[in-house]
Structures are given as structure tokens and as C-alpha cells.
Design a protein around this ligand. Structure first.
Ligand code: SF4
Length: 459
């Protein structure tokens, strides 16, 4: 079993597959160089971005992420406020401290190559790294894949998953499940709510108090991200000149917090989701939920609905994250959470499904109702394409999170009113998303070669 904490990773924007994943790959390459005794002999490193990493890598800040990874930095612990300066120093000096210890000549313009025409066979997001000695002899080369949500894999791991999982998971989880049907059967058999069962599985990874502290930290980082987004005005980076909208909307709401406007619910959900995704677009610190592009939906719904006092609030947030994380694991294990593989249904669609399930749980839904909420949350995102304008995670991504948050709440409402077994199961909708993703043209899978990306003129 994977851990729900693999679904909620702390990283920097704007993309989990194109920023967090490549940074982790850069670091993993350095660690491999060290392990094989090549670090000291390395005088030059070259990186080739393939497939979707090449096609939308510029807008998704992939070169910056590669440099940070090669410097030995990790997305979880990196200070996002100094990241740009670290990269600028490399550019200015033409030198990079590999793994923080071995100086090499490095020019990101020349040494990071965008292989637009190379379509990888195993996964659309591939990255090849090569190390050379001081006479230009190749020392070491590896190809890795960024498989969505910050997960990475080597070629061997993708070819033979049984030989070594993409991430380490507990093999002694007391309640392993591979489908929603199995998860629901275990809940019924053990008499446990979904979040209780997921937490029992987390106990196989670490002491319970540690899991709870990690969940609290994830929630705190999500809420801090909302707060930064609400108070930061200005224009987002990139060629589109998109202005941040969350702070203005927030000020209006603050002036009339208890307005009788019936539609004000939408404003609250919108403003929180957009605050996160504007921070993400600006390269700020976010939590993958399950990806960076879809990072606003779950924090928005938590912020609006988990508002009890003290420990009640803490309890609700843990319940939300555990339930949503468990649903995210189903998508990760049975399909994919990568926009480059599934289109936006695999990012915003999955986040909506997770948030719907989490909220249904907080509202006291049974495991069956939680699964129904998650099913509805995905059913009405099926076929959603990924077509970011200018390759930036801004249009349609920011508004799409706002819409996704509202949709998640509605899905949870519908599920709580469900009185009979629904006609579509969660497993069926996950499989439908997978098949739809496989059938979807690559134009609509994070390549910026179709949809809004070709119909909206960049100015
Ligand atoms: S359109 Fe959706 S999948 Fe594509 S980058 Fe934006 S949020 Fe991610």
C-alpha cells in the first residue's frame, strides 16, 4: 500500500509533474552519481526533457526545477523565496554546485535540451540525464519518468513495477485494498469509518502520533498557502500577464462577510481555491492534492467547512485528509493522476472526487456515501482535457480549481441525499477515466497543442 502522505506532498509550484517531479529526478541522479562513485569525476551534466516535459516545460518552470534538483535541493524542504535567486546565481556564474558539493560548469540554456520531437515509450514525461568527465567522456546516464503528483520512477520500475515500487509503501498494512469495492468491504467487515481504516494502514508506516503530526503539518501548509494568496496582489509570471484575482475578491468578501447574497458560498470557495492556484502559478509553496495544478480544491473545501473549534476542527481536517487521501490512492493505483496521461480529468477531476469524499465524511456520511460522493465528483469531470494556454499553469487551471471546489461540495450534497445504491460505482468511474484518458488525443494531455492553448492568442 502507498501512503496517503505520498498523495499530499509539500513542494513548489507550478506543477507536480513538471516541477516537483523533475526536481526530485535531478536529486535522484546526483544521489546515483555519488553511489556509483562518479560524483567527484563529473565535470559536466546534460539533461534532455522529452515528451510533455519538453512541450510544456518552459511554462511549467521545468528548467528551474532541474537546476534546483541538481543543486541537491528537495521540494519538501526548499525555501521557495530563495529558489529563483539560487537559479539566477547558476546562470550568472555558469557554474553549479552538483549535490551542493562538486562544482561543475553548467549553462541551463545549453545544457538543458528540449527534445520536442522525442515521444517517450513508457510515459509521456521522460527526462534523460548524462554525466561527463573533464575530457568529455560519458560516465553515467539514466532516464527517469515523472509520473504525476510528484511521483517519479526509473525505467526499470516502470517496466517491471513488481521489481521495486515507484515509492516505498508498507507491505504490512493491516487492511490492504486495491479497489473501492475492497475498501468498502473492509470498512463493513471491520466496522470502521473510511478514515479510521486508512489511518490503521498508516500505522504500518510510522507511529500514529507521527502520522497525525504530518497530517496537521500538511493542513497548516495548505492554509498558509491560502493566506499568502489572499494577501498577495500583482501579476503572475509568464507571457500572459494574468493578474491575481483572489486578493481583490477577498477584500470584497471581508467587507460583507455575512451578506445575504445566496450565491456567496461560491465566492468563498472560489477565493480560497484561486488563492492557492495563484500562489502555485507564482512558484510558491503548495501541497500536491493530488497534483499542483489541482492543488486548490481540497484546501478550499477544508477552509470553508472544517471550521469547528480547536480539537473538533483538527479532528475534522484529519478525517477529511485521510478519506480524500484514501480515494486518491485508488486513482493512483488503478489509473493515473498525471495530466500528461489522463488530461485534466486526472488532476482536477481526481481532486474534485477526493474533496467530495472528504467532505461527505466530515458531514457524517457512511463509507458508502463517501464512495458515492467521490464517484459523482469524477463522473462530471470525465473527458476534461488539459490545454494550458502558453504552457503556463494559469488558464484554465486557476478558475478550474474554483469550479472544481464548488462541484465537489455539490457532489457531497447529492451523495448525502442518496437513498439507494447508485448505478455507477466508484471503481467503474475510475476505470472509465482511465480508458477515456488512454483514448484522449495527446493534443489534450499537457502538450499545449490543442484546445484553449491553440485558440487563445498569447499577447
Ligand atoms: S489544465 Fe488541468 S491538468 Fe492541465 S495543467 Fe491545468 S490543472 Fe493541470
Amino acid at each position: 500500500m502507498l501512503s496517503v502522505l505520498d498523495i499530499f506532498r509539500v513542494g513548489i509550484g507550478p506543477s507536480s509533474s513538471h516541477t516537483v517531479g523533475p526536481m526530485r529526478i535531478g536529486l535522484r541522479f546526483v544521489v546515483a552519481l555519488k553511489k556509483h562513485g562518479y560524483l567527484e569525476k563529473t565535470a559536466k551534466v546534460q539533461v534532455e526533457l522529452q515528451g510533455s516535459l519538453a512541450l510544456t516545460g518552459k511554462g511549467h518552470a521545468t528548467p528551474k526545477a532541474v537546476v534546483l534538483g541538481l543543486l541537491g535541493l528537495q521540494p519538501e524542504t526548499l525555501d521557495p523565496t530563495t529558489a529563483d535567486a539560487d537559479v539566477a546565481l547558476v546562470v550568472e556564474q555558469g557554474q553549479l554546485m552538483l549535490g551542493g558539493e562538486k562544482p561543475i560548469a553548467f549553462n541551463p540554456e545549453a545544457d538543458i535540451h528540449f527534445a520536442y520531437d522525442r515521444i517517450p515509450d513508457l510515459h509521456p514525461n521522460a527526462m534523460r540525464l548524462l554525466a561527463y568527465d573533464d575530457v568529455g567522456k560519458e560516465l553515467f546516464a539514466r532516464t527517469y519518468y515523472s509520473t504525476g503528483g510528484g511521483f517519479i520512477a526509473s525505467r526499470r520500475q516502470l517496466e517491471r513495477p513488481a521489481a521495486g515500487d515507484i515509492v516505498e509503501g508498507a507491505d504490512n498494512a493491516p487492511f490492504p485494498f486495491g479497489s473501492a469495492a475492497e475498501l468498502l468491504a473492509l470498512c463493513a467487515q471491520e466496522g470502521l469509518a473510511m478514515h479510521e481504516l486508512i489511518l490503521a494502514n498508516e500505522d504500518a508506516n510510522r507511529p500514529r502520533a507521527e502520522s497525525e503530526a504530518m497530517l496537521d503539518r500538511i493542513a497548516a501548509i495548505m492554509m498558509a498557502c491560502i493566506d499568502r494568496g489572499l494577501r498577495t496582489d500583482g501579476t503572475l509570471p509568464g507571457s500572459l500577464g494574468v493578474r491575481r484575482r483572489a486578493p481583490g475578491l477577498w477584500r470584497k468578501l471581508a467587507e460583507t462577510p455575512n451578506s445575504n447574497e445566496r450565491e456567496q458560498l461560491f465566492d468563498w470557495l472560489n477565493v480560497y481555491a484561486m488563492a492557492v492556484n495563484e500562489e502555485n502559478a507564482a512558484g510558491g509553496q503548495v501541497v500536491t492534492a493530488p497534483t499542483n495544478g489541482a492543488a486548490g480544491i481540497i484546501p478550499s473545501v477544508i477552509r470553508h467547512y472544517c471550521t469547528g473549534n480547536g480539537s473538533d476542527c483538527e479532528h475534522d481536517i484529519r478525517k477529511f485528509l485521510l478519506t480524500a487521501g484514501g480515494i486518491g490512492l485508488l486513482y493512483k493505483q488503478r489509473a493515473s493522476i498525471s495530466g500528461a496521461e489522463m488530461g485534466c480529468q486526472g488532476e482536477v477531476g481526481v481532486a474534485c472526487s477526493m474533496a467530495a469524499g472528504g467532505l461527505a465524511a466530515v458531514w457524517g456520511g457512511t463509507p458508502q456515501q463517501v464512495a458515492i460522493a467521490a464517484e459523482i465528483g469524477m463522473e462530471h469531470n470525465l473527458g476534461l482535457t488539459c490545454d494550458p494556454v502558453g504552457g503556463l499553469v494559469q488558464i484554465p487551471c486557476i478558475e478550474r480549481n474554483a469550479i472544481g471546489a464548488v462541484k465537489a461540495v455539490n457532489a457531497a450534497r447529492l451523495a448525502l441525499h442518496a437513498v439507494e445504491q447508485m448505478h455507477v460505482s466508484l471503481d467503474q468511474v475510475i476505470e472509465t477515466m482511465r480508458q477515456t484518458g488512454l483514448d484522449m488525443s495527446t493534443k489534450y494531455k499537457e502538450t499545449s497543442q490543442g484546445g484553449l492553448a491553440v485558440n487563445v492568442i498569447e499577447c
